[in-house]
Design a protein around this ligand. Structure first.
Ligand code: ADP
Ligand code: MG
Length: 233
């Protein structure tokens, strides 16, 4: 599903340059649940943003579901992004004046899916994350965990090939974090490919594989022998 080879990325600041990714190589098969771990500033978000086509590497190859991702114009990049990728963020990124249902339905509008079908599909995914009863509530009326569930439903509603989550539990208390990861595990059980960036060991061990980033390279690529189940759900 994902194949990257010798990926490099630097940030230029004035006359200085910060070399963040120094030759990253990995492949992820369809259906994997992978944690990307590393300390703050190790380049986790940089890597995820490149995988999410929100940013571009300076060099290296990236192939997503057989499609080489390189030198795409913005129209084409947006098309692939909508078709292939779903995003989950630490800060949820919900639209405050729209209901849970409207938030989930919004990406489907950009995919030009007819209104009726948008509503049906959005409700289906809200139900999957256990929030059917909250469909007509505003984000401000939801708890942090519920907001992240809405964001997960929104990411899934577009039926992407890969879900990319950047510190999805970073703004949540530990009980709620485990609940959200439990949901991510369930979504993965249905066959979805998911990459989760985290700096928390407990969260990483709820994934089947952990890629450790350090000093710009993959320090360790670890298969998790005993995937942690949420003890709170
Ligand atoms: P992580 O997500 O692991 O905390 P990031 O990928 O956000 O790390 O950042 C890696 C390094 O690159 C950090 O030192 C950060 O300050 C720097 N960095 C990230 N984004 C930019 C940017 N747009 N411009 C300059 N430096 C950046
Ligand atoms: Mg980050």
């Amino acid at each position: 599903m994902i194949e990257i080879k010798d990926l490099h990325k630097s940030y230029k600041m004035g006359s200085n340059s910060l070399h963040v990714l120094k030759g990253i190589n990995f492949t992820a098969e369809a259906g994997e649940l992978v944690a990307i771990m590393g300390s703050s500033g190790s380049g986790k978000s940089t890597l995820l943003n490149i995988l999410g086509m929100l940013d571009e590497a300076d060099s290296g190859d990236y192939t997503l579901d057989g499609v080489p991702i390189k030198n795409l114009n913005e129209t084409k990049a947006a098309k692939y992004r909508n078709k292939f990728l779903g995003f989950i963020f630490q800060s949820f990124n919900l639209i405050n004046y729209k209901s849970a249902l409207e938030n989930v339905a919004l990406p489907l509008y950009y995919q030009k899916i007819p209104r009726k079908e948008r509503q049906v599909r959005a409700m289906k995914y809200l139900e999957q994350v256990g929030l059917k009863e909250w469909a007509h509530h505003l984000p401000s009326e939801l708890s942090g965990g519920q907001k992240q569930r809405v964001a997960i439903a929104r990411a899934m509603a577009a039926e992407p090939k890969v879900l990319l989550a950047d510190e999805p539990t970073g703004a949540l208390d530990s009980t709620t974090s485990y609940e959200v990861m439990d949901l991510i595990q369930k979504i993965n059980d249905q066959g979805n490919t998911i990459l989760v960036v985290t700096h928390e060991d407990d969260i990483a061990h709820m994934c089947k594989r952990i890629i450790h980033l350090k000093d710009g390279v993959i320090e360790k690529d670890e298969k998790v022998t005993q995937v942690r189940a949420s003890q709170y759900v």
